[in-house]
Design a protein around this ligand. Structure first.
Ligand SMILES: Nc1ncnc2c1ncn2[C@@H]1O[C@H](COP(=O)(O)OP(=O)(O)O)[C@@H](O)[C@H]1O
Ligand SMILES: [Mg+2]
Length: 173
């Protein structure tokens, strides 16, 4: 997690249940660093776990990329779930509560859309599926140490260009 964070994004291969658990945990951790309160950390990790579960169940394998994003006064976590699986025949239908081709609850995709602030899905039948979801934190929610952490994060990114630079922003370097 630490190395990946310094690279500004964490890319997680997803092809089994333990990958789902790891993605969930990494997402919760990243949301915490971003400054989300613990309830929203759980929201982010729940969304990640639904998307990762869909990858394993329907596409067998794929990748989840987690990013810290910034836009004006707000910061957020971006979750990108991508696979080259069978794709979705009717995306609009798949976004309805209760629609499932696996006899499951069919609440995953519409749930992720409700949980996150932004949601985009693109899927081509036979080619694969990409879901991008973002959750934003407004300035008024920021814990005081967030700015400090972001400065150190930027310094560590600059530092990684230098051989022998401190490898971890999270240890305070
Ligand atoms: N990554 C994916 N690749 C192919 N099909 C998918 C993928 N994710 C979701 N789907 C399709 O969309 C449907 C709805 O997904 P979801 O809302 O998560 O419900 P559930 O997983 O409970 O069926 C799934 O049943 C499946 O047909
Ligand atoms: Mg699902």
């Amino acid at each position: 997690m630490k190395e990946a964070l310094i690279a500004d994004e964490v890319r997680l291969p997803i092809d089994c249940d333990t990958d789902i658990v790891a993605a969930r945990r990494n997402g919760q951790e990243l949301a915490g660093y971003c400054g989300f309160p613990s309830t929203d950390q759980v929201v982010v990790s729940t969304a990640i776990s639904e998307l990762a579960r869909n990858i394993v169940r329907y596409a067998a394998r794929g990748e989840i990329t987690l990013r810290l994003v910034e836009d004006g006064g707000r910061r957020g976590v971006e979750v990108l779930a991508a696979d080259a699986g069978p794709g979705i025949l009717d995306v609009a239908l798949a976004m309805h509560d209760g629609f499932s081709t696996s006899g499951s609850l069919g609440l995953g995709l519409p749930g992720v859309r409700r949980l996150m602030d932004e949601f985009e899905i693109s899927s081509e039948f036979g080619k694969g599926t990409t879901v991008t979801a973002r959750k934003w934190i407004w300035v008024s929610w920021e814990p005081p140490e967030l700015d400090d952490w972001l400065v150190r994060f930027a310094q560590a990114r600059a530092g990684r260009m230098t051989p022998g630079a401190s490898p971890s922003v999270l240890d305070g370097g």
